[in-house]
Design a protein around this ligand. Structure first.
Ligand code: SIN
Length: 332
């Protein structure tokens, strides 16, 4: 028996741990019910890939993800990866907000060993459950020597993605996860995993996971928006706003006026795009007073919100310094 790498699986719930009384249904089920021990037992092939240890960190539907669970998860990753013989960490998660958790971990983890998130679009009881293969592939990638130094990774549907780039782009298909601008980093096929390229950005603990998070919300630009929600959020003390703007970061004039007022009141404003792909052009100089707010680059509104909240938590003065905030978004 060859010496197998020691891999730790941290389970948080999601559809990968979902169950239904009807195996023919992939849509009607209860997420986050099957314990991690049962998920592992359903994939005997894992035992020829790695020595697995598992911890049930949480059992939640990821629509209910929280900052405190992110902190707990990050602390468990740091705990396990500090053990000399742990070769990698796999995190099982719900697909709905996986990209946000991946972004928070990407920004905050030292990544001493490979950290790989995986999930499933179909519950564990489904006739064609995708969770078992995704779990096996994630363990294969976490054990792979080429996974080291590539930051937080996401493995689903035989593809390897960078945590910063990946997004869920379909409600139900098993190939729901894509990296719109960067493409996948590589693929897994049976016992063969290959990286085609390295991630363009590797954060490596640029920002500690905040102990307390500022209120940062998302607003969208569309035909004839009102400003009532923005005004109410500013009055309630919001610290940052990400705009899911149209096209290449265009904001309806009514919304732009409300956002200029919000910024004058000390609220950081960042423009992302609601299109789902592409880069919001950087202003030569961000001039919030003219509605020229900081660009989120290619981060979608949900990932941009994670970065803005973490950046403001660690450096509250960024709200008043758009040029520096722009540099944070350019580099993250
Ligand atoms: C969840 O995100 O926890 C439920 C949905 C899923 O995992 O696909």
């Amino acid at each position: 028996m060859p010496h197998l790498p020691r891999i730790v699986v941290l389970a948080t719930g999601g559809t990968i741990a979902g169950a239904s009384s009807n195996p023919a249904s992939s849509a009607h089920y209860q997420a986050a019910t099957v314990p991690v021990a049962s998920l592992l037992a359903a994939v005997p092939a894992l035992n020829s890939v790695a020595r697995i240890e598992a911890e049930q960190v949480a059992q939640v539907d990821s629509k209910d993800m929280s900052f405190s669970l992110w902190s707990t998860l990050a602390a468990r990753v740091v705990h396990w990866s500090a053990q000399a013989d742990v070769a990698g960490i796999v995190i099982t998660h719900g697909t709905d907000t996986l990209e946000e958790t991946a972004m928070a971990l990407h920004l905050s983890l030292p990544c001493a060993v490979p950290v790989v998130l995986t999930a499933a679009m179909r519950p564990s009881t489904s006739l064609s459950a995708d969770g078992p293969l995704n779990l096996l592939d994630a363990v294969r990638v976490a054990s792979h020597p080429d996974a080291a130094g590539k930051g937080v990774l996401v493995v689903l549907n035989q593809q390897i993605h960078a945590a910063r780039d990946v997004t869920k782009a379909h409600t139900s298909a098993v190939d729901a996860f894509v990296s719109p601008l960067a493409g996948p980093l590589g693929f897994v096929q049976d016992d063969y995993a290959r990286f085609a390229h390295a991630p363009a950005r590797q954060a490596h603990a640029v920002m500690p996971m905040p102990a307390s998070w500022p209120e940062v919300e998302i607003v969208a630009s569309y035909a004839q928006p009102g400003r009532v929600a923005i005004d109410a959020m500013v009055a309630a003390g919001v610290r940052g706003l990400v705009v899911a703007a149209a096209g290449n970061g265009s904001i309806h004039e009514t919304l732009a006026e409300a956002l200029v007022d919000a910024n004058s009141a000390g609220v950081a404003v960042v423009r992302s795009s609601r299109t789902g792909a592409g880069h919001v052009a950087f202003p030569a100089v961000p001039r919030p007073a003219d509605g020229l707010f900081v660009s989120a680059a290619d981060l979608n509104p949900y990932k941009a919100r994670v970065l803005l909240a973490m950046a403001l938590a660690n450096e509250p003065g960024l709200a008043a310094d758009p040029a520096r905030l722009q540099a944070v978004f350019a580099g993250a």
